[in-house]
Design a protein around this ligand. Sequence first.
Ligand SMILES: *Cc1c(COP(=O)(O)O)cnc(C)c1O
Length: 359
Amino acid sequence: MSLTLTVDGERWRAHLLATATRFPGIVPVAKGNGYGLTLGRLARRAQWLADHAAETGAPLDLLAIGTYDELDEVTSRYAGDVLVMTPWRPFGTATRLDARTAARVVHTVSRPADLEALLAHDPSARFVLEQLTSMRRHGMTRRELEATAEVLGAGRSGLRGIALHLPLNTTSHLGEVSRLVNEVVASGLPARTIFVSHLTHDELGRLATTYPDFTFRPRIGTGLWLGDRGALRVTATVLDVHEVERGDVFGYRGRSAPKSGHIVVVSGGTAHGIGLEAPTGDQSLKARAATLARGGLDAAGFVRSPFSIDGKQRLFAEPPHMQASMLFLPSGARVPRVGEQVDVRVRFTTTDVDHVVVD
Ligand SMILES: *Cc1c(COP(=O)(O)O)cnc(C)c1O
């Protein structure tokens, strides 16, 4: 009755070890829905990677998470330090950590005033300073870094490095990273560790050569947990099948079948993050008229679903329900039986499966 993520455990674990080996200094990122695998599972896996440091040759001493609210999920399963990537602010969960948890946290500080407030709140706090990148999400400008160097003065012991959050899909990050690193040097901050996001293996190698005094530590989520897609399979269960003739009424909206076929009810709906996809194909008026003439389902307003049966992506008969979806299968196609598993193509970061099975 469920939406299930099946993990080829051996293959997945091999990929995790290979990635940790390939990216020395890696800081695994576990946040949100745990990339579809759950936060708790990723925290346990991060501990497992730490335990396998001898094999990977890559000691793993830090796990990055998104928010302070995620701390409880991970600190019971992963024993090391936890970098919270959302910048510290003088309010909310960040200010209410118990002493044991606080001692394991490395904060991200993105405004000079917050550094003063954090150190007033917890003088032994450890932190990274986030530098503003072309993302312009959070971070300090060159001037703010300089101001921060002054705030820190002699009390620099909590500083663990600089954090850069770089955009995805730019041709090269090297020019921008070089400029930012030069700003760090100019600021007088003693930081020599730079935590980076979204750099390629090649870019990391070149930075290490260009800046031998610095250590670049990649924060990696997608490439680690989801980097070997072939190890992961999401399936839904066929819950019901109804034969329909052209004109038969079905669904919440009482629409009628544009042609004969089957309504196939599968598990997985809006509660899992299954949403409407873009309408199929060419939607020009002419194309619509042509498909309409052929009795095309997309012309009848059916939109593509992420479910596929026998390798063919099927159309939603109507928008997904909370925990199930109704698909339309035109006559001629093989009709799946109740209980059969069908493939679902999902975005892992926005999908919550009912369970994860690690083979
Ligand atoms: C989510 C996140 C990452 C990891 O991104 P992936 O694309 O999943 O590797 C790295 N850095 C920051 C600041 C993030 O928020």
